[in-house]
Structures are given as C-alpha cells and as structure tokens.
Design a protein around this ligand. Sequence first.
Ligand SMILES: NC(=O)c1ccc[n+]([C@@H]2O[C@H](COP(=O)([O-])OP(=O)(O)OC[C@H]3O[C@@H](n4cnc5c(N)ncnc54)[C@H](O)[C@@H]3O)[C@@H](O)[C@H]2O)c1
Length: 386
Amino acid sequence: MVNKSPLRIGMIGTGFMARAHTNAYKRVGDFFPELIHRPVLQAVCSRTPRKAKAFAEQWGYQDHTTDWKELIKRTDIDAIDICAPNDAHAEIAIAAAKAGKMVLCEKPLARTVAEAQPMVEAVEKYGVKNTVWYNYRRVPAVTLAKQIIDSGKLGKIFHYRTNFLQDWTINPDLPQGGEALWRLDINTAGSGVTGDLLAHCIDTAMWLNGGIIDVSAMTETFIKERKHQLTGKVEKVGIDDACIFHGHFQNGSLGLFEATRYARGQKALYTFEINGEHASISWDLHDQNRLGYFDHNDESIVRGWRSIHVSDSDQPYIKRWWIPGVCIGYEHTFVHHVADFLQSLESGENCSPTFREALETQKVCEAVLESAATRSWKDTGVVWKG
Ligand SMILES: NC(=O)c1ccc[n+]([C@@H]2O[C@H](COP(=O)([O-])OP(=O)(O)OC[C@H]3O[C@@H](n4cnc5c(N)ncnc54)[C@H](O)[C@@H]3O)[C@@H](O)[C@H]2O)c1
C-alpha cells in the first residue's frame, strides 16, 4: 500500500454488523482513494474459536481470537470496532479507550444512560477518536434531507413523524436470549424496540430537526413469557415489543414516533415525514434512494409531491459510485461512515455521531421508557448542539 497510513482494525463480533462493517473497510479505499488512512483487517474476535477462525478466513482478517481483552492489549491494533450485543458495549469501549484505541461502537451506545455516561467520559478523558454507527444518516437521500433542511427551504418546522416497523417476533414460540435472539432478552438488549429501532429514528430526528426536550410514551409487551434459549426455562419477557411516543423538539415542532416488531408484513419499514411552513420532506427505507419533496412555492398548477431519485453526481456521496441514475444500497451507508471516519482522522474533526451525541439519543430512549412505565411526561435532559 503506497503512501497510505494503515488503520489496523480489531473487530469484535462476527454477526450481521461485523459483516456490514468489514465489507465497508474492504471497499472504502477503492471508492475514496484520496483518503490517507486505509483500514487493515488485523484481527477479529468471537467467543467460539470455530466462528472466529471461519470469519477471519472468509472476510480476510489476518488473525483471530476468542477474548476481546486480548485484542485490546495488542499494540498492532489502532481501532476497536464493537459489533457485539448491547450489554458488551460499555465494558469493551471503556477498556479500549483506556488502552488508547479509537472506538467505533454499534448503536445503541449502551443499555442505559448510566452505562453510556462513563463510555463518553472514557473516550474524552483518553482523547480517542470515537463514533457510533447510526448509519441511516449516511443514506444519500437522508443526507440530502439534512442539506435541504439546513438551507432553510422548509421554513419553520411544525411536525416530525417517523416509524420503524417489523414483524419478526409475532410467533409466541420464538425463544428469547442467546445467539440471534439476544434482542428479546432485556438483560442483554437493555430494551426492546426503543433501543433497537427507535434509537435510529431518534438519532436521525435530532440530527435533522434538533433536540427532543420532552416525551410522553406508551409501550406494550404482547408476549409476556418466552422460553429462554440459554436456560431452557420459560421466563418473563422484559423488553418492549412496541413503543409509541410523542414529544416536543427544541425548535417548537411536534414529534410522533412509533416502533414495533408486530406489524405483520413489515420487515424494516423505516420512514419519516417532516412538515415545514414552506415545504415538506418524506423518506422511506424501502425506497431509500428516493426523497419525497413538496414545495409550496412551486407554481400552483404544477405543485405536488416530487419523488427525487437521489442518484445524481451532485447529490451526497453519489459521485463516489456509479453513473447517474443507478442505485446504491444499504451496505453503502457503512462505507460512507468509514470514509467520514477516515476523513476525520485527517481533519482532526469529530466523526458524527460521537459517543457524546449518541448519549443524547440514549437520554431520549430512557425518558421514553420511564414515561411509559410511569404514565407521565418526562423531560429528556437532552443538550443538542448538532
Ligand atoms: N446500525 C444498524 O443499523 C444496526 C443493525 C443491526 C445491529 N446493530 C447493532 O449491532 C450490534 C450487534 O448486532 P448484530 O445484529 O450484528 O448481532 P448478531 O447477533 O448478528 O452478532 C453479534 C455478534 O457478537 C458476538 N458476541 C457476543 N458477545 C460477545 C463477546 N462478549 N465477545 C465477542 N463477541 C461477542 C456474537 O457471537 C455475534 O457474532 C448490536 O449492538 C446492535 O444493536 C446495529
């Protein structure tokens, strides 16, 4: 690798996100050739030796281990990427920061605010680069939405409406906990759809529309007991299967949020619509390269919702890829995130969202769960500078 500075990655986890991130590390240099830093797949960690070895061989990691602490101790690793379930994030991130490693952590930052706070303190105290993989910010159409909003085209914003709908836990015989089903175990996940799905909606919402200051929520656990995959016993289900909340943004607009894993027919329907004084914007993950845009300033006889195909070279990230008009997909959001992270190493800027920004999303999640539990409005305590 000529004139390139290696960024040696220690990957923790070998599941869904480990694959998505590893793909991004492999692709980024080809599509962002000017970047000085190049990821090197140094070592991967999984708790089972067979999986660690198989992942290393398939994806091209030079080494593998079953102990993340060993990975953190190594002097030939620059950055730790946390793709393990939520209960592992805090301990790994704090240890990695103490060892002077950069930390890229999957979302949600942690299970609770109390767990997330020391993570923020650690990365700031030890001065290590950090970012949290709220990848939907880097869908080109969503980045374009941010540019349009920041340009003032919407005027005063009145409404932010969003949902994230799935249907994969309707079967009451589905166990909770353990491999692939840790999201159903409160001890591992921290919460259900609130931390898993709404955290994405909240991150995007605050990035686009500013801080959420208070919330009123309801949650439901439709299946009250499930067999635990690890103990074999029927145990109480502690996660929220569905969550709906509303709240105020700092800018005076009203937010309406819904997430569920019980919307039969929906696999990952993430949508948002933002209504301003002059214009509105809408987006749908199932049609992620399109941005809906309505401009009231258009001549009335042709006024209507435009469906902007975000695939032209002057739109965010697009010129990095193919010819105008052809599409990119989900995996590209992670490549964009890695590219922005590498760029931040050159510029000295933060790669957003940082741990500190992700803590604000965690605060909203926690206020939502508290509101639902107490059937009352909660202030989030969010400090949003973004
Ligand atoms: N950004 C996104 O859109 C997005 C999407 C999915 C998941 N996530 C987040 O990514 C994280 C991982 O989720 P996933 O879907 O990849 O889960 P997964 O179940 O597919 O993979 C988790 C991996 O972590 C490993 N693991 C568990 N405990 C470990 C430990 N102590 N040490 C080493 N490895 C360990 C498991 O063996 C597995 O390989 C979660 O925090 C999740 O919320 C984010």
